[in-house]
Design a protein around this ligand. Sequence first.
Ligand code: CA
Length: 721
Amino acid sequence: MFRNLLLFTFSAFTLAAAERPNIVFIFSDDHAVAAISAYEGLYKEVAPTPNIDRIGKEGAMFRRSFCANSICGPSRACILTGKHSHKNGYLSNDFDTFDGNQVTLPKLLQSGGYQTAIIGKWHLVSQPQGFDHWNILPGQGNYYNPQFITAQGTQKHEGYCTDLITDFSLDWLKSGRDPKKPFLLMCQHKAPHRNWAPALRHIGMYKDKTLPQPASLFDDYANRTGALKTQRMTIAKDLSWGHDMNFHGKNEFPQHFNNLPNGEYARMDDEQKKAWDAVYEPENQAFLAEMRAGKLSEKQITEWKYQRYIKNYLLSIKAVDESVGRILEYLETSGLAKNTIVIYSSDQGFYLGEHGWYDKRWMFEESLAMPFLIRWPGVVKPGTKPEAMIQNIDYAPTFLDAAGLKATAHMQGKSFLPVLQGKQEKTREAIYYAYYGENTHNVAQHDGVRTETHKLMYFPATKEWQLFDLVKDPQEMKSIHNDPAYADVLAAMQKQYTTLRAEYEVNDAAVPKDRLKEKWWSARHQEKVQQLKLKGNPDLVFLGDSITQGWEGKGAEAFAKHFGERKTLNIGFSGDRTEHVLWRLYNGEWNDVNPKAVNLLIGTNNTGQVKQSPVETAMGVRLIIDFIRDRSPDTKIILNSVFPRSAGKDDELRKLNDEVNRLCAAYVDDKHVFLLDMTNEYLQADGTLSKEVMPDLLHLNAASYEKWGTALSAKLKELGL
Ligand code: CA
């Protein structure tokens, strides 16, 4: 009997293992495809990537793999959620915090029976959720003797970051997991992120070589938007004396170098510093002697900087490649390899001197492209180079598909499992991209679409289009948006752009936006997040703009009368539009909130302040509803129709709000979303709005708050709350 049970358990296990592959996702930071020799770019002869190449040789290498937003945190958020940035709330690294309460890939794998682990760079501010095991770098992390954070706290480790991440990953594979369950391991390196500090065993590797330099290193930015000239990410002007170029002491040439010191060097112990200096100091001193003697031209100085940069960048990759080698070797020797999907990817590309740049952010090919190599024995045919355009929002649906699990309806990516299986050539005709702008490097906000042959970009600040022919001009040196010969292409691309923005639900009312520059707003947001932490989950939430905030002013008496007995949270903010509400929800005002009901009134500032269309406004309202439904499925949403405004019923703003209400009525299902319509309470019989109801024909007086309170408490009672 016991023996039979054992046999049964064993066969169930082997069956499950055969059906459900493990996923080892090896991910680096800022690794451009040109710096992988298999991709056959400028550095194919020198890129130190034999192990990364091997994944492609034994599996597939995607050459049309792109990010949705070319920046660290946002790319990671896209991968975890399968959604574009505006739908996962992590738009930029400036002020956003990843809302880990949303549905994510690791959570879905976990509930589907997988074990999940993330080791290395996380970079999403909030704590990881959905992982059985996590051991992450704080923020950007460090190369030398870095700190790691676990659920138990922060600990400093002696050694080199890439090696430590590999050690910790192997430890988890060997002894940290339950061998009976399939797993997802996300092994995420800091390298080769700035400041490109290689391991000591590699620093001299290109010592006597001059590495190739890209044709556009001295790009003059002609024939393209002026935004190219105002960025701050050039090799010539924006690298730092210590941080990027490894000089010690005072910056001797401030006209050529920024002042940031080398924090990595400061972290090294004496022995590490000695080994470091033995390689860099002779080169540094030789260069400085020539500089002091005034022997070098601007061009030569830039070329020297370029060599220092590209060598350190490629050398930082060497340890990542060794990490890949160690993991592949363990998978072989442990027998896991045959049922394990191995992926190598990086959060976005990087400029290796193209257009004179380092860094990323732009929709140009070098930073739009992500490496994507995948090995899956028995499924992916070795040596394939699929033509399909894939994007980081596709990873979650694809991995879930591979695990036999379903993606959620809200995920925007598409599974490319059929491409991996060789059953389908492509999954889409175009990708959508959006960069929302950040303070660092001053790259202008832009979005756009890319097809197999063309790329369209739009810069909202200057209302400029850019169009590139990727076949004739692969380096994107000339925008042809004004070229009459391309008029049809431009029109088709603009149509594609409009279609994709509608499909992905991108518009000003739907893209989360903060108002942190307004002090009172920022302070009120902090206060509300704090109130949640201190007082815990409220029973009833009031969510909206100044009319909701007014419960704290003219409506205070009515509020006390109707809701004083309840545990409430008022997150109404004067002047807010749907996009501001969305930002607040993603950034802490809905942290672990699970109220019985929420009263939502929003939209009048969308139509009134900035003339957003009713369609866009209603979409913003729906995304707020979706957000609450996703995090708090049991909460009843009492949707207030937008209050009437302006005196006459034919006034433009009144009509716009009527249209918003007509569209929003579609969200009312009387199961999760219930309507509270005050229109007839506030209007005269002939449709006019009296100043006795709303003194400024927009905001309520005390008597009108009393009416609202009465109606809302009746609604709550009707719902049994
Ligand atoms: Ca990055």
